[in-house]
Design a protein around this ligand. Sequence first.
Ligand SMILES: C[S@@+](CC[C@H](N)C(=O)[O-])C[C@H]1O[C@@H](n2cnc3c(N)ncnc32)[C@H](O)[C@@H]1O
Length: 279
Amino acid sequence: MNGEAPLLLRLGILRIFDTLHILLPMRTIYNWCRYAFNLKVLLRNANFIKSGAPDGLPIPPPFLIHEVSGVYDQRAFFDNGIDGANCIRQNLRRNNLSIESFGSILDFGCGCGRVLRHWRNLPKTKVYGTDYNPRLIAWCRENLPFASCSVNSLAAHLDYPDATFDFIYAISVFTHLTEDLQVPWRDELFRVLRPEGYALLTFQGTRHQHRLTEAERRSFGSGNLIVQQSRYPGMNTCQVFHPESYVRRLFSRGGEVVDFIPGGATDAGGQDVVLLKRV
Ligand SMILES: C[S@@+](CC[C@H](N)C(=O)[O-])C[C@H]1O[C@@H](n2cnc3c(N)ncnc32)[C@H](O)[C@@H]1O
């Protein structure tokens, strides 16, 4: 119990702010202060913007980066995106697949293009991105013109016809969807994926159990989905944890689990990776 005192304190404070309906403004103020007084990151960002990103594309402003990744450091965001693209490549390769072999790919919950930007030079692949946050998509549309980006709703609906994509990936997106959204989004992603197409998704699993209370850990151990701050679906404030057995159960319908890689998303804090094939 003692070891979990800081976690319980943090969750308790969040709950009080939430009850008072001041959780989001308090978070914003806290985060602004963290950035404004962080001279090291301010200087690093100034230098990075001056030299330009190595891929020649614009880099998102710190506050957009923070919305998707919780950090303000633009260089770290860029490098972390390279890691993300490499992780996808490696996890495909270990299953004898390659990103170049796909005719069309979708980055579901693409944020401000952390990973998406690294597909610019794919020779014959059409690249799509979608996210429910219009500010992130506005940035992608303006700055990553090689990709077709659009806004979707929080509820499970995409404007693409059935079987549009050969490959869909979603890095740390199901990790913010409340339980009522998990099945509908599974079905919607499978709808727009072509039969025999692949999907790669990441989840906060066993390695993230330290962020759970004792009671939540027990429930997680019994195979249940754990949702913290469920009043904020889609936002990073809402944190969702998936036991492996839950992931396998969820995706056994409409798809086949081809591979499960514990901690395989090194760019996303060691989230678990699942590779699915649509049946
Ligand atoms: C932790 S961020 C990850 C962003 C991006 N995948 C990356 O790895 O940089 C989670 C993203 O999921 C998006 N998201 C959450 N719910 C969504 C939904 N229902 N539809 C589309 N995007 C969603 C958020 O707007 C946010 O961009």
